[in-house]
Ligand binder design. Sequence first.
Ligand SMILES: Cc1ncc(COP(=O)(O)O)c(C=O)c1O
Length: 306
Amino acid sequence: MGDGTPAQTIDVLGVSVVVARADLNHPLQQGNKRWKLKHNIQAAQQKNAEVVITFGGAHSNHLLATAHAAHQAGLSVLGVVRGHELQDRPAVWSETLHQCQQLGMQLVFISRADYRLKQAAPVVQALRQAKPTAYLIPEGGSNQLAVQGVADWLQGWAAHLAEPPTHVLCPVGTGGTLAGLVKGAQAMDWRTWLGGVVVLKGMRSLAADIRRWVGPDTAQVQWELLTEFHGGGYAKLSDEMLRFGVTFSQQTGVPLDKIYNIKSFYALAQMIQAGRIGIQDRPLLIHTGGLQGGSLSPPQVPTEPE
Ligand SMILES: Cc1ncc(COP(=O)(O)O)c(C=O)c1O
């Protein structure tokens, strides 16, 4: 349906859970990436942007998805990559960076200190001066247009469901995806609880960012950030989570990435075990992809959100 995201119903501890298998919607613009990029790429085209500029680490799903989306749209694209040490050393690049380059993305490597400054970094300022019509997409791809893309997807995809879900869960990095789901649920007037499973430790600005993206009218929709399932921090996992993920994937055939979805699926199982979600409920879990680097045993362990 819609963008090719299948719905799969699975049994989790006796509860029937609908999984939106967005990991299957596209090989490179997988999961939430596709929804977040859609309106941004259109905006870049409408503005006749000479180049799309975005940011990411060496293993960034977002960087690769943007490279592919820009390539498809016939737009030039430049990726600002964290890690000056990678400059001129393609032999040590990740597969992601090689793929980005093959798709025509120009790669500019900057130091970690500069990377922290993001759009204010001197290299980025210089690029913007040299290319005044450049279209900037922030790290992780979250902005208002990305949020709208997720909201639009949910509204289109909801035709899969006989009834609105009682609970919706997704993993959270920057919060753009959760904000979009809240907006979409709000537009459909769902009386639903949405939970965002935060994969990082100590992200204080998340709730404020999400509130800003969602806007003031949250009507009947309640949302919450679940901060107890980070498993030790970004790209870290507790042993229990890892065991859960391996068993779960074997039993259901649903592959999970180690950074995002293992934590949201684990959180759902924990909530069912704790009685917060029961057999009378209709939970929906959004599988946001992240499997470009493989499932459960990806070679890469990035250090910050991508
Ligand atoms: C696979 C995957 N799932 C979830 C997320 C988190 O999405 P968001 O940053 O919109 O919270 C990301 C990062 O964008 C991701 O790559």
